[in-house]
Design a binder for this molecule. Structure first.
Ligand code: 13P
Length: 290
């Protein structure tokens, strides 16, 4: 199946009360793992690529080609969107040009009017190619790949205005942070989330910082209109721990255990496990056929 925009999968998720996972990819093994987990779970999936990860993998064009070819060789039949995560205006334009099927333009650090103007322009360019667009209001706290947010809670009125610009999905800061949550974290601001859900005309809402949010809170958020949940750190930690156990057990010193294909295998399997568990939690399993 060719790559698709995130629009249909998210509209369906919003209507039927579940969420589609965005899993960030970092390399070939990561991409294979997420695609395999999605196929085995019969779940739609969104592959997230930050600007930093895009650079690391050899540029957005290389990423698009790798994903498209892997989908053919792995015979992936579930809907897959290739999505720019927290893109600058320039990166969003570039990803639309090279064939990404979804982009996030993160204008949350601009003054609101500038965020509106730039989001509008990205929507105009994206719509010419059927590419879905995520915009952001209020910032996500913490740091991800050099993008740092102060964790400011979104203003529902600003959300309403941005949601009316023709975007596909809206990320709104509601006390969520990238990476691990601090011990004194107050939890997601469900009141604001509910208000945003009501003022934004049933647009699919996006929850960033999916790592470490308690399961019941994730499910409550889905009930208020969250239809896309981003997970990155949890897969990274699982990958690294699995590879570390392999090395600590001395397996890299047994036979040809040093072969990178053997060394990275436990990490690859750990990612599959995390992605499958999240798909269960988000309710997207067996939703691939529409
Ligand atoms: P975590 O790394 O906290 O899972 O967040 C991922 C994310 O929001 C990507 O945009």
């Amino acid at each position: 199946m060719p790559l698709v925009s995130a629009e249909n999968m998210l509209v369906q998720a919003r209507a039927e009360g579940y969420a589609v996972g965005q899993f960030n990819i970092n390399n070939l093994e990561w991409t294979k793992a997420v695609l395999t987990a999605a196929e085995e779970s019969a779940s739609p999936v969104i592959l997230g690529v930050s600007e930093g990860a895009g650079k690391y993998m050899g540029g957005f064009n290389t990423v698009r080609a790798m994903v498209a070819e892997l989908m053919k060789t792995l015979e992936i039949t579930v809907p897959v969107a290739l999505h720019l995560d927290h893109g600058s205006y320039e990166a969003a334009r570039q990803c639309i040009d090279v064939g990404f099927t979804s982009v996030m333009f993160d204008g949350s650090h601009y003054p609101f009017e500038e965020n509106v103007e730039k989001t509008k322009e990205i929507v105009r360019l994206a719509s010419q190619k059927g590419v879905s667009v995520e915009a952001e209001v209020g910032s996500i706290g913490g740091e991800e790949d050099g993008v740092t947010g102060s964790g400011e809670v979104a203003d529902p009125e600003e959300c309403r205005q941005i949601a009316s610009l023709g975007i596909t999905m809206l990320a709104a800061g509601i006390g969520n942070v990238h990476g691990k949550y601090p011990d004194n974290w107050q939890g997601l601001d469900m009141e604001v989330l509910e208000e945003i859900g009501e003022t934004t005309n049933r647009i699919p809402l996006v929850l960033h910082g999916g790592t470490g949010i308690p399961d019941e809170m994730v499910q409550e958020a889905i009930g208020y209109g969250v239809s896309k949940i981003n997970v990155n750190t949890e897969a990274q930690v699982a990958f690294t721990e699995a590879v570390r156990s392999y090395i600590e057990a001395g397996k890299d010193r047994e036979g040809k255990g040093f072969d990178p294909r053997k060394l990275l295998r436990p990490g690859y399997e750990a990612i599959i496990q995390v992605v499958k568990e999240k798909m269960e939690l988000f309710g997207s399993v067996n939703r691939a056929s529409g």
